[in-house]
Design a protein around this ligand. Structure first.
Ligand SMILES: Cc1cc2nc3c(=O)[nH]c(=O)nc-3n(C[C@H](O)[C@H](O)[C@H](O)COP(=O)(O)O)c2cc1C
Length: 211
């Protein structure tokens, strides 16, 4: 089975795991291979943010998400935080991109400091050193100067910082609309075709609209 891209989706314990879950669903539909990394706090927050069953073990993450989102055989793999033999731990197995979605301020700080104390941190470190795309989606309110400095540090190292900030000019009616707005922008960054949200101005190509 061949896949168009390989993307690591890291789910951490910030509110908004719905963004990461929708991203996984869209990446499966876009024929990407997906590596899922899920911190323990992400499971706690998933239980509070959603009414979905929370996968207890890493093998449950793989089987639950594969079944729920219709992954093909060999399309979705989940790795535990100590699974150092997994491909994401090494530059030679690095994916095309990694998205930390949502990203806690704790994980933000660890990645900005170059920590590799768990597989998620190591995977992000590898993506940066291999000059692949790292998208970091920090969620906190307000941000302290420490958070902002960590974001600047990562942006300077080449990461894309995308706090999950939905817009309202598309007149969202449901929570799904807000989630889709954010995930559409992530897919745009990954250069993956998406139909969740048209790009800005795509309905304005007719010169008759100029006046
Ligand atoms: C319900 C709930 C919501 C949370 N929301 C956030 C959040 O939005 N942003 C954040 O940085 N931490 C948040 N936290 C705290 C993190 O889960 C906590 O700092 C954890 O240690 C992060 O670990 P991780 O980065 O390995 O997932 C939340 C915790 C809970 C229980």
């Amino acid at each position: 089975m061949s896949f168009d891209k390989t993307v690591t989706v890291a789910l951490t314990g910030a509110s908004g795991i719905q963004y990461g879950l929708r991203l996984i669903e869209c990446l499966i539909q876009a024929n990407c291979r997906i590596y899922v990394l899920m911190s323990k706090p992400a499971k706690v927050v998933m239980g509070m943010d959603t009414d979905q069953p929370v996968p207890a073990r890493t093998s449950d993450v793989q089987s639950d998400f594969s079944e729920r989102y219709g992954a093909k055989p060999g399309q979705l793999f989940a790795f535990g935080q100590e699974q150092w033999t997994s491909p994401v731990a090494s530059g030679s197995g690095a994916p095309d991109a990694m998205v930390i979605c949502p990203c806690t301020t704790g994980t933000l700080a660890s990645v900005a400091a170059g920590n590799c104390n768990n597989l998620l941190e190591r995977a992000a470190d590898v993506v940066l050193k291999e000059r692949r795309t790292l998208i970091v989606m920090p969620r906190e309110m307000p941000f302290s100067t420490i958070h902002l400095e960590n974001m600047l540090r990562l942006a300077t190292a080449g990461a894309v910082i995308m706090p999950p900030n939905p817009a309202f000019y598309n007149l969202p009616e449901t929570i799904d609309d807000l989630i889709n707005f954010v995930v559409a922008r992530v897919l745009d960054q990954l250069d993956i075709d998406q139909t969740l949200m048209p790009s800005w101005g795509s309905d304005q190509v007719n010169p008759d609209n100029a006046d």
